[in-house]
Design a protein around this ligand. Structure first.
Ligand SMILES: [Zn+2]
Length: 76
């Protein structure tokens, strides 16, 4: 699982890979930027907050194989 954390000191957000067991044990990752442990998990799905465009493009939407292959305006 990947969790998104944010540093309270320098406001850097970063992703942390951890197992559920590690998470349950009270994961407190260090900030990769300043080394502080003043970090808090950012709730919400990773990819929605930080990469809305990425998430919307790939999964969840049907591929449009015909787009861009000579279709008229309004295709997309
Ligand atoms: Zn920091």
């Amino acid at each position: 699982m990947t969790y998104e954390y944010r540093c309270r000191k320098c406001d850097t957000s970063f992703d942390v890979m951890a197992t559920l067991a590690e998470k349950a044990a009270g994961l407190q990752p260090k900030c990769p930027n300043c080394g502080s442990k003043q970090t808090a998990q950012v709730f919400g799905m990773v990819g929605v907050l930080s990469g809305a465009g990425e998430a919307g493009r790939g999964r969840g939407s049907e591929p449009r194989p015909m787009c861009g292959a000579g279709m008229g305006p309004g295709c997309c």
